[in-house]
Design a protein around this ligand. Structure first.
Ligand code: GAR
Length: 186
């Protein structure tokens, strides 16, 4: 099986969905996490997935920590990177080392509501429809070429919490399915 890394900073519900999805075309060989206290690390440990965690502030620059990550991943034979709530911009070091092999999931229909708190942004804007986007990464914030999108309706009476639940349920299906399709067709 081809090896992939998941990058995450937080809860890791998408990490878990990928790990638990049936008949995945890739093995998740490592979790990369920039928040040493994040819940996703406990999840990775529970599933026996090796963890590379780091603090950006321990490095003099993004180039330095990304160089460290790239050497780890290359040594492990990792070919794909799937960002799942990784709240950092990828720099040229990572982008060049994994050209067209870094994919992200974002909880809106891009180009609408890029950046942080996309669900809150859609809720506050009183959007009727929002959704989920899976896309390649470039040097912008949530701007790379789109691979897959799925709409999610905002229901009357929704709170941000109920909307978030509906969006994340879609993420947990769409991301593993899109990852498989990508790997099998690339
Ligand atoms: C997910 O909803 C993901 O789409 C979002 O962070 C959440 C992480 O949740 N990513 C972004 O907003 C990227 N700009 P999780 O840790 O439970 O998977």
């Amino acid at each position: 099986k081809v090896k992939a890394a998941v990058f995450a900073s937080g809860t890791g519900s998408n990490f878990q969905a990928i790990i638990e999805a049936e008949s995945m075309a890739c093995e998740i060989a490592v979790l990369v996490c920039d928040q040493p206290g994040a819940t996703v690390i406990e999840k990775a440990e529970a599933y026996g997935v090796p963890v590379f965690s780091f603090r950006a502030k321990d490095f003099s620059s993004k180039e330095h920590y990304e160089q460290e990550i790239v050497s780890w991943l290359k040594k492990d034979g990792v070919e794909w990177i799937f960002l799942a709530g990784y709240m950092r911009i990828c720099g040229p070091t990572l982008l060049r080392a994994f050209k067209e092999r870094i994919v992200n999931i974002h909880p809106s229909l891009l180009p609408d509501f890029p950046g942080k708190d996309a669900i809150g942004q859609a809720f506050k804007a009183k959007a009727d429809i929002t959704g989920v986007t899976v896309h390649y990464i470039d040097e912008g914030i949530d701007t790379g070429p789109i691979i897959a999108q799925q709409e999610v309706p905002v229901m009357p009476g929704d709170s941000e919490e109920t909307l978030k639940k509906r969006i994340q349920a879609v993420e947990h299906q769409l991301y593993p399915a899109t990852i498989n399709e990508l790997i099998l067709t690339k």
